[in-house]
Write a protein that binds this ligand. Structure first.
Ligand SMILES: C[S@@+](CC[C@H](N)C(=O)[O-])C[C@H]1O[C@@H](n2cnc3c(N)ncnc32)[C@H](O)[C@@H]1O
Length: 310
């Protein structure tokens, strides 16, 4: 019923979650109903209660994170959480078949494989797109969209190469990989693209290759990890849940205290806007979103880049 109300496309399904929750919070896609059915589905990746949301407490799971039982038909992970080689090929083929290369966003310097209106899943009836995704073992394809917070952050990096040039960079929640790619393009010494969605990791790899940049990737949950040092940590559009915002910002404060430059791209989502961490954020960049981006993101009009003060 919900799906019918909002329309049939997968795109709408992902992007109109927040509209469905307007009564509660006017927030992000991740915490509302899923395109996998009509039940209230909370994306496991986004939940504070999910063990993957507290990196230091993270324990390896025998199956991959896809919680939908049907999705396990294809993406059965090995004992240590890795995806098998043939499954990587399946994922890559899925990405190639269901995205197009586009530069139609705020950072045309970066070519990205994204799901656009010319892709079959965009306009397929939601039941059909859900079934295709489930058959391929793909959960919500957040990596197939270039989120407004990520667009702002990436634009900032391309316009200000000195911020990352010659530095070690971690991009947390990399999605399609745009910010990580931009960092590599403008001369970062090393780039680690991190996303706990293993499908996103394959999207990042395809996009990095297409832009002829090198980087390493990991699907480990790094949140809470203090053992490594990064000169710069990037987060594009990651604040969509209060518990998650609490956890991540605690970690980010520790990193900033240790000398890491923490840069956050966000289009004004309430969990960041109304969070106490806001008092420690300095706005260093603002950009107007494109008309299509505004439409796709519930009328959000601008993207902001914030620097976390130590
Ligand atoms: C809204 S998307 C943003 C993607 C990209 N940064 C952008 O702006 O286009 C959020 C991404 O964060 C990832 N994610 C969620 N929780 C995470 C965690 N604990 N560690 C790393 N990635 C995470 C999701 O899989 C998803 O790809």
């Amino acid at each position: 019923m919900f799906i019918r109300v909002i329309g049939s496309s997968l795109f709408k399904c992902l992007h109109e979650f927040s509209r469905a929750r307007q009564g509660a919070h006017l927030q992000f896609p991740c915490r509302a109903r899923s395109c996998h059915g009509n039940s209230n589905f909370l994306h496991p990746v986004m939940l504070g209660s999910d063990p993957r949301m507290s990196g230091h407490k993270h324990r390896r799971r025998k199956s991959c994170y896809h919680s939908n039982p049907t999705s396990l038909t294809r993406l059965q992970c090995t004992q240590n959480g890795a995806i098998r080689g043939e499954e990587i090929s399946t994922i890559k083929q899925f990405i190639l078949d269901n995205t197009v290369v586009t530069r139609n966003h705020l950072t045309p310097e970066v070519a990205l494989r994204l799901m656009t209106s010319s892709c079959r899943l965009w306009s397929a009836p939601s039941e059909q797109s859900s079934s295709i995704l489930a058959h391929c073992g793909i959960d919500e394809p957040f990596w197939a969209f270039y989120w407004p917070g990520g667009q702002a952050l990436t634009r900032y990096l391309l316009d200000n190469p000195g911020v990352v040039s010659g530095k070690s960079v971690l991009d947390v929640g990399s999605g399609c990989g745009a910010s990580a790619i931009a960092a590599a393009l403008v001369g970062a010494k090393s780039v680690l693209a991190n996303d706990i969605d293993k499908v996103a990791i394959q999207a990042v790899k395809l996009n990095a290759e297409m832009n002829s940049v090198a980087m390493t990737t990991t699907s480990r949950n790094l949140i809470g990890r203090l053992a490594d040092h990064w000169d710069v940590v990037l987060l594009g559009d990651m604040f969509y849940d209060k518990d998650f915002t609490d956890t991540v910002t605690d970690w980010l404060r520790c990193l900033a205290d240790r000398g890491t430059e923490v840069l956050i791209g966000d289009p004004g989502r309430i969990f960041l806007r109304d969070h106490p961490v806001r008092d420690c954020l300095v706005n260093i960049f603002t950009v107007d979103l494109s008309e299509s981006c505004r439409l796709e993101n519930n009328g959000m009009t601008q993207g902001f880049v914030w620097k976390l003060q130590a």
